[in-house]
Design a protein around this ligand. Structure first.
Ligand SMILES: NC(=O)c1ccc[n+]([C@@H]2O[C@H](COP(=O)([O-])OP(=O)(O)OC[C@H]3O[C@@H](n4cnc5c(N)ncnc54)[C@H](O)[C@@H]3O)[C@@H](O)[C@H]2O)c1
Length: 129
């Protein structure tokens, strides 16, 4: 691996399994420091430990992306642990087909299958991209 993410700090929601876990392990191999956020604490901890075995720092954050307060805490805990935030992977969400057809606006974000992730993406960042 070419360590393209060396020392970058990355949050991955839904990092406890599936696509999120695979992304976390890839990022770890690329040298990223990771916050594994998941509503299943045990899964987040297991993946953060797997990442740490690649020699990178990783923390587990138990949270629910559908809760704005959890999203804010997730960013706060990441900033506290690493002092910066470079990458957000808004992976956790729901895939309800009905949601596509009932968009609702919330603070400039649009409700859709990735609604919950969009929650933290816009209002809770310590910076604006
Ligand atoms: N796998 C696919 O083919 C596919 C296709 C299209 C979209 N997606 C979307 O990609 C995302 C990941 O898919 P996957 O197959 O890896 O799913 P998965 O079920 O394997 O993993 C999802 C992870 O997100 C966590 N999670 C679920 N709801 C959460 C919440 N509210 N807050 C925090 N964490 C939560 C779960 O605990 C789990 O660890 C999902 O949003 C899914 O809808 C997947």
């Amino acid at each position: 691996m070419s360590m393209r993410l060396k020392d970058k700090v990355c949050i991955i929601t839904g990092g406890g399994s599936g696509i999120g876990r695979a992304t976390a392990l890839l990022f770890a191999r690329e040298g990223a420091r990771l916050a594994i956020a998941d509503k299943r604490k045990d899964a987040a901890q297991a993946v953060s430990q797997e990442c740490a075995r690649h020699g990178v720092a990783a923390i587990a954050i138990e949270m629910d992306v559908a809760k704005a307060a959890d999203a804010r805490r997730m960013v706060d805990e990441t900033m506290k642990a690493f002092g910066r935030l470079d990458v957000l992977v808004n992976n956790a969400g729901t895939a309800s087909p009905a949601a596509w057809w009932k968009p609702r606006s919330r603070r400039g974000t649009t409700s859709c299958p990735s609604t919950c992730a969009a929650f933290f993406c816009a209002p809770n960042l310590p910076f604006r991209p």
